[in-house]
Design a binder for this molecule. Structure first.
Ligand code: M6R
Length: 612
């Protein structure tokens, strides 16, 4: 939510900042701005709307200078506008700040500052930070930032610069993520690594409660209390290719197509050859699993959005394959529900970014109640990864499109591995069952690839869906979880109303809305409930709905009730959500495309929701 970039070095700061913002635009695209220091002053350029509007302004009036800060905004306080765009300056224009997150006590700070004669030019919470930094500045920007953030409460990251200290940028992390990129005679700051992968892969993470002072020679870190911090840089595995569209029209389509490889990468090294033949799960990377899995008496899964849907699948996997009672809760609900979490339980927090504010808060709550915390996340070094007792990484690579696709599949693969491992360790699955599932897992990349081999059908069906006002997604058991994900994908990028429900629930009310031609997308892969699913579809057909089913390629019966069938290769039913999600992603993509939507950056959304 909001993206921050900073640069000090020999290059044109404007160029580095704009390139960084382009990579961070998925974090927010309500406005963008840069500030560049040059010849004893700081020049600011900003524009409401997407980055291209700022770029157009910069083409007309470029900013010279070799150090600067930039911002791409997802509005929280104040409408998207030039005025509310970052960077914000103090009254003199000597101090400039960008900020990600929320200053909770900004109203009090604002009125205190107004009492001293400060006139505000924006409606943002951020502007108070610029005035505060200027008010306490006494020759050292680092100390001014320290004093300013001591007065502000909330979860945020702040980056400040002043014309009085050219070639120096000061940043502070109060929960919201920040990384330093180390180059040769140049240094970068960013909300996350993709912003500067074109320049470096060597990073330092700024931890919560730390201040970073950045110059062209590198960065020094210290705590808010002033204690120096020594931290070794690490090299990111991601490279700049992974943050390019590589010939695809949208990141979403590229990321959908990466899924076979992502499944293989997430499985990689976690399936080990068994001496007796076949493969078994191996999760040696988790110290927690080296304990006694029999001790886990309950799993609490918490997450938001698509990651929550992965959690809904996880619940069934852990219950069915490992016989562990499992609850799944939206993080923002769990936090305020006084959950009966006890010692001996395991909290599984799922988050692609590892930075979702609600998920982090729920994970902390679960831990404070005595459960251990396992993170299932895609981002190495993310807040969630660093706070958890153990991390199971999903090796999906950077996901740029706001609509999550490959990260979702990787989460499902991670959960499947964990559930199978737990099942065997707890004696619920015998070796034979484990090997069968391991063989099915290994076959998934090829099967996902074959779904992507037929884009024609989802493309054609999208023409029909694009005309709809409302679309219903139904399924039973694990298929219901897939239906939820399909509906979310469709609505977030096509802006068509979509609603998912368990197939059996339709007749308890919503069927009243199903009339001739209403599209009903039915996920029908779970064999134990297939006959019930078919009966339900008959009822829907009787209302002359248009039924689009997702079903196994050898399912002959489904064609008798559905108008259209999107086929997936057969697999174990517990793994089918991994494949069944793919045609639904494609349906959503092509529908949105038909409607001319902004697929990678849908309105009002941001990739990483770092505010509560
Ligand atoms: O980074 P996270 O996995 O924690 O993000 C959670 C949700 O914000 C995210 O999945 C969101 O729902 C996606 N836009 C869905 O495509």
């Amino acid at each position: 939510m909001c993206g921050i970039v900073g640069y000090v070095g020999p290059r044109s700061a404007q160029e580095v900042l704009v390139r960084g913002l382009r990579r961070l635009e998925y974090r927010g695209y309500d406005s963008a701005g840069v500030a560049v220091a040059h010849n004893g002053s700081v020049a600011v350029s900003k524009a409401e709307g997407k980055l291209d509007r700022l770029v157009a302004r910069l083409e007309e009036a470029p900013l010279q200078g070799r150090s600067g800060i930039g911002h791409t905004r997802w509005a929280t306080h104040g409408v998207p506008s030039d005025r509310n765009a970052h960077p914000h300056t103090d009254t003199t224009g000597d101090f400039v700040v960008v900020h990600n997150g929320i200053v909770e006590n900004y109203r009090e700070l604002r009125s205190e500052l107004q009492d001293t004669g400060v006139r505000f030019r924006s409606e943002t919470d951020t502007e108070v930070l610029a005035h505060l930094v200027a008010a306490v500045y006494d020759g050292d920007l680092k100390e001014a930032v320290r004093d300013a953030i001591a007065r502000a409460s909330g979860a945020f990251a702040l980056v400040a610069m002043t014309c009085h200290e050219p070639g120096r940028i000061v940043a502070a992390r109060m929960i919201s993520p920040l990384v330093v990129g180390l180059g040769d005679g140049e240094t970068f700051l960013a909300s996350d690594m993709p912003a500067v992968l074109d320049y470096t892969r060597r990073f330092l993470i700024v931890e919560d409660g730390e201040i970073a002072v950045v110059t062209g020679d590198g960065a020094t870190l210290e705590t808010i209390e002033g204690e120096a911090v020594e931290r070794s840089p690490f090299t990111a595995h991601w490279d700049s290719d992974s943050v390019q569209k590589s010939g695809f029209d949208h990141f979403m389509l590229k990321e959908i197509h990466e899924q076979p490889e992502v499944i293989a990468r997430t499985l990689g090294g976690r399936l080990r050859e068994h001496p007796g033949g076949g493969a078994e799960t191996a999760l040696d990377e988790l110290s927690w699993v080296r304990g006694d899995p029999a001790d886990v008496d309950k799993i609490w899964i918490t997450a938001c959005g698509t990651a929550y849907h992965a959690g809904v699948v996880g619940r069934t996997l852990f219950e069915r394959l490992a016989a562990i009672p499992t609850e799944v809760a939206y993080a923002h609900e769990l936090r305020y529900s006084n959950p009966l979490i006890r010692e001996g339980s395991l909290a599984l927090a799922i988050s692609q970014s590892g930075e979702t504010a609600d998920t982090l808060a729920a994970a902390r709550l679960a831990r404070s109640e005595g459960s251990s915390l396992l993170a299932l996340t895609n981002v190495v070094g993310s807040s969630l990864a660093r706070e958890a007792d153990d991390v199971l990484y999903t090796w999906a690579g950077p996901e740029i499109s706001v609509a999550s696709t490959k990260a979702y599949l990787a989460m499902l693969v991670g959960e499947s591995l964990l559930a199978i491992w737990l099942g065997r360790a707890r004696g619920v699955l015998d070796t034979g069952a484990e090997r069968e599932l391991a063989a099915e897992l290994r076959a998934l990349p090829g099967k996902a690839e074959s779904i992507l081999g037929d884009l024609d059908k989802p493309r054609r069906l999208a023409a029909e869906l694009a005309r709809a006002g409302s679309i219903y997604f139904i399924g039973r058991g694990l298929d219901y979880a897939t239906a939820m994900e399909g509906a979310l994908k469709l609505k977030e990028i096509s802006y068509i109303h979509a609603e998912a429900m368990p197939a059996g629930e339709l007749k308890h009310g919503t069927l009243a809305l199903v009339t001739e031609g209403t599209p009903v997308v039915a996920v029908a892969t779970q064999q134990d409930v297939q006959s019930k699913m078919l009966l339900g579809l008959q009822e829907v057909k009787a209302r002359r709905a248009t039924v689009i089913a997702v079903a196994y390629e050898d399912d002959d019966e489904i064609g008798l009730v559905a108008d259209h069938v999107l086929r997936i290769p057969r697999t174990a039913d517990v793994l089918s959500p991994i494949l069944a999600a793919v045609p639904l992603q494609l349906l959503a993509y092509y529908t949105a495309r038909r409607l001319g939507r902004d697929i990678d950056q849908p309105r009002n959304l941001a990739k990483s929701v770092t505010v509560e």
